[in-house]
Design a protein around this ligand. Structure first.
Ligand code: NAP
Ligand code: ZN
Ligand code: ZN
Length: 350
């Protein structure tokens, strides 16, 4: 099926209209018309060739909400007309130990999981993502969305920003009695604040942007710290159980490690194209602290998060844009000028 999309033809060309081919649904497939697609900083890293191994043309987008148009003969869980989501993965080997445990994002198969864009496909490499009018996805990687029709655009960012913060919050057991820090109040960070708050933790936002203080409190932060202010940082020394770091640029990790209590963990989810300066060993050794990382979340866990958000009325704070605004949106994202996630209204694709 010829399908309208927006693609970058190289690391240095702006995204522009481009036609792609989508497969007809096979027996296990779900075909959907894309209604909304969130704009993740990973889209920008990929389109602009900042990460290793980007294939062009590149059609980003992995925060997809759409309406089912057709299902294959084996599909029982989804039916035409239903609202569904697709996140960062569209397939995995399904037989390795990670896949069997529902941790498809850590798939140990020959090519790992199949990313929604720039992923392995048909012996080559280059899946096309959600900056497009339609997509066909195996039923095992399609999520049910229970949000009200009016909230569907704002639910789209849950498919990446939501699950990427939910997964480490759950793994490191954020909840009542735990002090949780969220570093960087962008797309991921603002969802981290909402989710950590909803899970009952004491939440502290770390930002480099003083104009986000009032918002961070509304988003769920009990306290807000300007991370450039040494005195404000010092006041929190040795007090955190968990800090989730979403920052998309290299920076000093020690300034956050020293804020952890004994056995506390700083979990990196931000994925800057160049390394952070190496952290010192002593800040880890002396209080048995952990520096860890976390990748999106499994399919079952993503459904759990979507159901939790549906039940608790949690969505992203979004600015809706037209597809043709995408290059300006990327430039604004680089300036931390997004409150707090751009979402493309796919009807504007024409
Ligand atoms: P975003 O909306 O651009 O937010 C990043 C935030 O980091 C900014 O809003 C800003 O917050 C802060 N920041 C930016 N530059 C900074 C700098 N030089 N120093 C300190 N703080 C800075 O990006 P996003 O979509 O949330 O994505 C964040 C990162 O996570 C990206 O690298 C993305 O690729 C990665 N990611 C990883 C996963 C995963 O599975 N691990 C999944 C999705 C995305 P303040 O203004 O509050 O300081
Ligand atoms: Zn993402
Ligand atoms: Zn696997």
């Amino acid at each position: 099926m010829q399908t309208k999309a927006y693609a970058a033809q190289s690391a240095t060309t702006p995204l522009a209209p481009h036609a792609i081919d989508r497969r007809e649904p096979g027996p296990a497939d779900v075909a959907l018309t894309i209604l909304y697609c969130g704009v993740c900083h990973s889209d920008l890293h990929t389109a602009r060739g900042e990460w290793h191994g980007v294939q062009y043309p590149c059609v980003p987008g992995h925060e997809i909400v759409g309406r089912v148009t057709a299902v294959g003969s084996q599909v029982k869980k989804f039916k035409p007309g239903q609202i569904v989501g697709v996140g960062c993965m569209v397939d995995s080997c399904r037989s390795c130990s990670a896949c069997k445990e529902g941790l498809e994002q850590y798939c140990d198969g020959p090519v790992g999981f199949t990313a929604t864009y720039n992923g392995p496909v048909g012996g080559g490499f280059n899946t096309y993502g959600g900056y497009s009018a339609a997509i066909t996805v195996d039923q095992g990687f399609v999520l049910a969305i229970s949000h009200a029709e009016k909230d569907l655009a704002a639910a789209a960012p849950l498919l990446c920003a939501g699950i990427t913060t939910w997964s480490p919050l759950r793994h490191w057991k954020a909840g009542p009695g735990k002090k949780v820090g969220i570093v960087g109040i962008g797309g991921l960070g603002h969802m981290g604040l909402k989710l950590a708050h909803a899970l009952g933790a004491h939440v502290v936002a770390f930002t480099t942007s003083p104009d986000k203080i009032a918002d961070a409190k509304k988003l769920g932060a009990d306290e807000v710290v300007i991370s450039k202010n040494a005195d404000e940082m010092k006041a929190h020394q040795g007090s955190f159980d968990l800090i989730i770091n979403t920052v998309a640029a290299p920076h000093d990790l020690d300034q956050f490690l020293v804020l952890l209590k004994r056995d506390g963990a700083q979990v990196l989810v931000g994925a800057p194209p160049t390394p952070h300066p190496p952290p010192g060993a002593f800040n880890l050794i002396f209080k048995r602290r952990t520096l860890a990382g976390s990748l999106i979340g499994g399919i079952a866990e993503t459904q759990e998060m979507l159901d939790f958000c549906g039940k608790n009325g949690i969505v992203s704070d979004i600015e809706m844009i037209a597809m043709s605004d995408i290059n300006t949106a990327y430039d604004r994202m680089l300036k931390s000028d997004v409150k707090y996630r751009f979402v493309v209204d796919m009807a504007t694709l024409g």
